[in-house]
Design a protein around this ligand. Sequence first.
Ligand code: ZN
Ligand code: ZN
Length: 221
Amino acid sequence: MQFTPDENGCCHSIVDHWQPIIERNLKGLKKRFSGISIKFIKNSSLIKHRFCRKILLETIKNPQDQLSIFREYSNKKILDSPLQYAGAVCYKCQRTHGKTVVVGKNTVRWECQECGAIKEGDVSKFDYWWHHKPMFLARLEIFKIDIALSGGDHFSEGDFDIRRVLIKKYSPKTKEPKMLFTPTVIALDGQKMSKSKNILLLLILEILLRHQTIANKKNFI
Ligand SMILES: [Zn+2]
Ligand SMILES: [Zn+2]
């Protein structure tokens, strides 16, 4: 995300564009629920945690193990190749088309197939893309999460079971969170709402909260 250009053209990336807007809106929530505190954590900062580095290296080294779990617990079609659930982002051209190999205990080698850059170094010295399922395990262990909220599309991909199996296999002491899956929302044209496909509708938080108050009075359909 940090390398995705801002579609409005005013900021370095979409993260820089949207984070302050989201933060501003959430301030309204704080006014209403004074006991809550909100902290933004970027996935790119997880690499400083030893557990994250361990699971990331495991994901790069043995994708086959994760494929078997996804295949058993997801009823979605899963491709055999290319079989890769994590990789480096090129330090030169910011592309991900290339080869990421674990060559030592904590050493990663990157070969870019776009710009030809080659670099070998400590795992923490690169940026990465990482499939959300193994990355979620790292987040669970690092933040000791009590309740996880996810979209219904994750539920239909089998994430409820997959998360439990990943914990059991890679990190049995990690606390299993309670999981709350929100319903899948269908847009007016029948398509599934999706922020990654840019099928979205921006709502003002105050309007949403007003609906929630009405819903509490059981008048909201
Ligand atoms: Zn911007
Ligand atoms: Zn490159």
